[in-house]
Design a protein around this ligand. Structure first.
Ligand code: KIV
Length: 270
C-alpha cells in the first residue's frame, strides 16, 4: 500500500488490522519495513530490552533521539513513531513540545506518550502545532511505581470506565490512534467500540483495531521473559547461542577462516 501515513492509519479502522512492532536499530527496521509492517515504534522499551534495565523509567531523551535517528535509515514505507521517555513531557508544555519536535527532526513522523484525561490538554496543544500523537493507556510502564508493578489495568468496573473516559479524552485531543496495553479484552473491546480512532493492542486481547509487540519478544531473544500476551515466532536466543558456540569451536580448532574466507597475494608475472 506504499508509504503509510498518519491519515492512512486512521482510515484503517474497521477495514484492515494495523500491524505494528518495535525496532531500535537500522537493520531490524529495514527488515520489518521490507516485510510490510504498517507502523514501527521506537519504544522506550529499549531500556528493558536492549539496555538491561528493570523498567523504562531511566531511559533518556538523548537515547530516544539516537535510536530514532538510526531506525529512520531503515524505514521506507512504515509509519515511524518515536516514544517520549519518562519526564520528557510531564515537566512542562514547552519541554513536551521541544522534545517531541526533536524526535520529528530526527525522522519520527509521530510521537507516543502515556496517559489519558490528565495529558489530553497537552496532546491537543502538540497536535495543534503539527505533532501527530499516538496515545497509550492501560498498563503504562512509566507508571509502574503507582501501579505497584506490571499489573493488568481496568479489572474493576470503575477502572474500566476510567479507561473509556481516557480514550474519549485522547480522541477529542486529536490523537490518531491509541495503544491499549495490559487490560482485559472485554475492556479493550469496549474502548475500541467507544471511539472512532483505531486502537492498537498489546496484552489487550483480540478486539483491538491492530496489534503491537516488542520485536525482541517476537523473535524469542530472552527465554526468561515469557508473559502470556507474547507469541514468540522464533527462538533467536537459541539460534544466536548455537551460532556463537559453533564459531568458538571453529576458531579454537582452526576451522575458521577456511580457504573461501581468505585473501591471497597477487603473484607478480614479470
Ligand atoms: O515502549 C514500547 O515498546 C511500548 C510498546 C510496548 C507499546 O510502549
Amino acid at each position: 500500500m506504499g508509504k503509510v501515513t498518519v491519515p492512512k492509519i486512521k482510515k484503517m479502522k474497521n477495514k484492515k488490522m494495523i500491524t505494528a512492532l518495535t525496532a531500535y536499530d537500522y537493520l531490524t527496521a529495514r527488515i520489518l519495513d521490507e516485510a510490510g509492517i504498517d507502523l514501527i515504534l521506537v519504544g522506550d522499551s529499549v531500556g528493558t530490552t536492549l539496555q538491561g534495565l528493570d523498567s523504562t523509567i531511566p531511559v533518556k531523551m538523548e537515547e530516544m533521539l539516537y535510536h530514532v535517528r538510526i531506525v529512520k535509515r531503515g524505514v521506507k514505507n512504515a509509519l515511524l513513531v518515536g516514544d517520549m521517555p519518562f519526564l520528557s513531557y510531564q515537566t512542562s508544555e514547552s519541554d513536551a513540545l521541544k522534545n517531541a519536535g526533536m524526535l520529528l527532526k530526527e525522522g519520527a513522523e509521530a510521537v507516543k506518550l502515556e496517559g489519558g484525561v490528565r495529558i489530553a490538554p497537552l496532546i491537543e496543544k502538540m497536535v495543534s502545532y503539527g505533532i501527530p500523537v499516538l496515545g497509550h493507556i492501560g498498563l503504562t510502564p512509566q507508571s509502574i511505581n503507582v501501579f505497584g508493578g506490571y499489573k493488568i489495568q481496568g479489572k474493576t468496573e470503575d477502572k474500566a470506565k476510567m479507561l473509556v473516559n481516557d480514550a474519549i479524552a485522547l480522541q477529542q485531543a486529536g490523537v490518531f490512534s491509541i495503544v491499549l496495553e495490559g487490560m482485559p479484552e472485554e475492556i479493550a473491546k469496549e474502548v475500541t467500540e467507544s471511539i472512532e480512532v483505531p486502537t492498537i493492542g498489546i496484552g489487550a486481547g483480540r478486539f483491538c483495531d491492530g496489534q503491537i509487540l516488542v520485536i525482541t519478544d517476537v523473535l524469542g531473544m530472552d527465554p526468561t521473559f515469557t508473559p502470556r500476551f507474547v507469541k514468540k515466532y522464533r527462538n533467536l536466543y537459541k539460534e544466536i547461542l548455537d551460532a556463537t558456540k559453533e564459531y568458538i569451536t571453529d576458531v579454537e580448532n582452526k576451522k575458521f577462516p577456511s580457504e573461501e574466507h581468505v585473501f591471497h597475494q597477487k603473484k607478480e608475472t614479470s
